[in-house]
Design a protein around this ligand. Structure first.
Ligand SMILES: Nc1ncnc2c1ncn2[C@@H]1O[C@H](COP(=O)(O)OP(=O)(O)O)[C@@H](O)[C@H]1O
Ligand SMILES: [Mg+2]
Length: 309
């Protein structure tokens, strides 16, 4: 079983301004993004047991200030949030049409796209981490040279004892082609210790017919710990050379499944960070995800966050 070398856990990626349609031509502002959601839940789940930080770039404007301030208030270490003078945060809107929700994004020129432009800055931001979590979205928003810079920083962090966790979170519209997506994901699999994919993404990208095939491909790439999420269906897990299937408990009152995978990652990684074995980590992932889908939005209300014992 993997062991974490420090109490510091980091997620790297993009947080966006969220504008959620609440009717009456009115939007409510929030902040969200896959790796940010994972870091946020980890900070709530772990409390004083760890230092959880988010690594990204935002602007120098007031909304970026509000994001940093709120993240800090919510218990995140914000020392890895860099500032860009020329850019600001990406934004998305959630439009409601009855019960149907649709998403529109403005993120092509977000500051987060610059998060890996400066190797020295990035190395400094990830130094001392016991766990570094990132996703396919983190990679999709970067230029090709920036991906190489990130690869270099992660390689160095790993050599210094960091464990790298990766959720492919495949979003075709962020990539130029499926070929590019497969090539970049395969490259980053070579420095992934823990893979947390979702089967619907993997089957669409790789043509895999079962989660076991996903596990086999990741194992061939050298990944030693894997949990393949599959919505309400059973989860396929691999750890210590052992393959297992874990049923997913049914959840009452599912309202909005967005952010389920991100919350799962947070529960899973928090439990592993506390020294739990994979079986218990899957349980915590499922519990955290099972709670987030009972609420609108990608985060659990603060007073509903479960406590890991
Ligand atoms: N309908 C559901 N009922 C119960 N649990 C669910 C449901 N949908 C998602 N989950 C939980 O959330 C996790 C992640 O969901 P999944 O849909 O696979 O990821 P993603 O949100 O990345 O697409 C699952 O492993 C499961 O624990
Ligand atoms: Mg996902």
């Amino acid at each position: 079983m993997l062991a974490f070398g420090s109490r510091k856990a980091l997620a790297i990626g993009e947080a966006m301004i969220e504008m959620a349609d609440v009717g009456n031509e009115t939007y409510r502002r929030g902040f969200a993004g896959d790796t940010f959601n994972t870091a946020w839940h980890m900070a709530q789940l772990l409390g004083d047991a760890a230092e959880v930080g988010f690594v990204t770039k935002v602007g120098m404007d007031s909304v970026s200030d509000a994001f940093v301030e709120q993240s800090q208030q919510d218990g995140l270490d914000v020392s890895g949030i860099g500032r860009s003078e020329a850019r600001t945060m990406g934004l998305y809107m959630i439009e409601l049409d009855g019960v149907e929700r649709s998403f529109q994004y403005w993120r092509d020129t977000s500051a987060a796209r610059l998060l890996a432009d400066d190797l020295e800055w990035l190395e400094q931001a990830v130094t001392g981490a016991g766990l570094i979590h990132l996703s396919g979205i983190t990679l999709a928003i970067l230029s090709e040279p920036a991906r190489e810079t990130l690869f270099e920083a992660l390689t160095k962090a790993r050599a210094q004892g960091a464990i790298v966790s990766f959720d492919p979170n495949v979003r075709p519209r962020l990539w130029r082609s499926a070929e590019e997506t497969r090539a970049v994901l395969a490259r980053f699999n070579t420095l992934t210790d823990i893979a947390l994919p979702s089967f619907d993404d993997e089957s669409a990208l790789w043509g895999e017919e079962s989660p076991v095939q996903t596990v086999e491909r990741l194992r061939r790439a050298g990944v030693v710990e894997i949990a393949v999420k599959n919505g309400a269906a059973a989860l396929t897990a691999f750890c210590d050379d052992h393959l297992s299937e874990v049923p997913t408990q049914s959840v009452d009152g599912v309202r909005d499944t967005s952010g389920a995978g991100d919350a799962f990652n947070a529960g899973y990684l928090s439990a592993r960070f506390k020294g739990c074995h994979q079986e218990k980590a899957v349980h915590w992932g499922q519990r955290t995800a099972g709670e987030v889908i009972r609420h609108f939005g990608a985060r659990i209300p603060k007073d509903r966050v479960p406590e890991i014992d």
